[in-house]
Design a protein. Structure first.
Length: 344
């Protein structure tokens, strides 16, 4: 397997703050005594170091003692001393993609200040409605706009079936078919990739995320992401991205590539699940009992909808599974919306 390559910090060009995604939301957080500090955006996160983008270009930040880089995410905005490059503090996030890893009691930030989450899947055995619903719950909870991207549609005789099934997972969900290797993919995704906009990609390994990052970045990028294929016998992918990084998009936006997630535990995502299963959420208040489990109680509006064909029973099963998992994996001490504050 080829070793993943990421852009060295000195190869990323300078850019105005607004083109990096700086908004009034961040400016309003600066205190009067912080006027001389430089806003910068985290570009890469490593175990013991951070790189960031500023108006002057890319820099490697100096970290205060005891800084936990795991508390910061690619896409975060931070305030930095302009001369020493010492990180002073992280600004509050507009959106954040978080997940819980096995054995941890805290949510791990995967990407911050992302407007759109591209959920990449392929028209083969990788397509899995239950797994896509997990990504959608993650996007909803984090405040990002989810868009499902289908790859390898040219290899599937029933691509329309996949697209229809995906579109039914959530109201108003946009589904786009792209060939990650063709420049037309960048054109199809242009509405979400304008100047100052940030997108992130998630999905199984081998579905074309790194290839799509390369296509969005365009031929002028310094070092492309390594790419890999899918094994023919089981449609499983090979990991080609092992760390998160921020890449410039040819159209003026930014894209965050993420490693393939083989497991995605749902935790602290009650609101995201409610949005995902809106048809169940909206029926629940009509149930006879306030604490109805929608399993066996008389006068259950949800079960009535299943009986008369308005609600797919498989959706109810998956809703219950995600809700139970969220309950079991969310520590009682979690804060509002299941999040914990993080940052220096």
């Amino acid at each position: 397997m080829c070793r993943p390559v990421t852009n060295p910090p000195d190869l990323l060009p300078p850019a105005p703050l607004t083109s990096l995604g700086w908004l009034d939301f961040f400016e309003e957080q600066r205190e009067p005594h912080e006027a001389d500090l430089a806003p910068m955006r985290i570009a890469t996160v490593h175990r013991s170091r951070l790189t960031a983008l500023s108006e002057a270009g890319s820099v490697e930040l100096t970290l205060p003692v005891h800084t936990n880089t795991g508390d910061l995410a690619v896409g975060d905005w931070v305030l930095v001393h302009p001369r020493t490059r010492m990180l002073q503090r992280r600004l509050d996030r507009r959106t954040v993609l978080e997940r819980r890893v096995e054995g941890s009691r805290t949510l791990q930030p995967a990407a911050a200040n992302v407007e759109t989450l591209f959920i990449v899947t392929s028209c083969n055995a990788d397509f899995n409605q239950a797994r896509l619903e997990r990504y959608l719950a993650l996007a909803n909870q984090g405040g990002t706009n989810p868009v499902i991207l289908f790859t390898k549609a040219d290899l599937a005789a029933d691509g329309d079936v996949y697209r229809r099934q995906a579109a039914e997972l959530q109201r108003g969900l946009e589904v786009v078919t792209v060939n990650p290797r063709l420049p037309a993919a960048a054109h199809a995704l242009a509405p979400w990739c304008g100047v100052g906009q940030t997108v992130a990609l998630v999905g199984s390994s081998g579905v074309g995320k790194s290839t799509l990052v390369n296509t969005l970045a365009g031929p002028g990028q310094a070092l492309p992401q390594e790419t890999g294929g899918i094994r023919e016998h089981d449609a499983k992918g090979r990991h080609t991205t092992t760390s998160r990084s921020l890449h410039a998009i040819a159209g003026g936006g930014w894209v965050i590539d993420t490693p393939g997630m083989r497991t995605l535990h749902i935790s602290g995502a009650a609101d995201g699940i409610a949005t995902l299963f809106a048809e169940i959420t909206e029926l629940a208040p009509s149930c006879r009992f306030r604490d109805c489990t929608h399993a066996h109680e008389p006068g259950c509006a949800v079960q009535a909808a299943v009986a008369d064909g308005r609600l797919n029973p498989e959706r109810l099963v998956r809703w219950r599974k995600l809700l139970d998992e969220n309950h079991d994996k969310t520590p009682a001490s979690a804060g509002p919306r299941g999040r914990r504050s993080a940052g220096p």
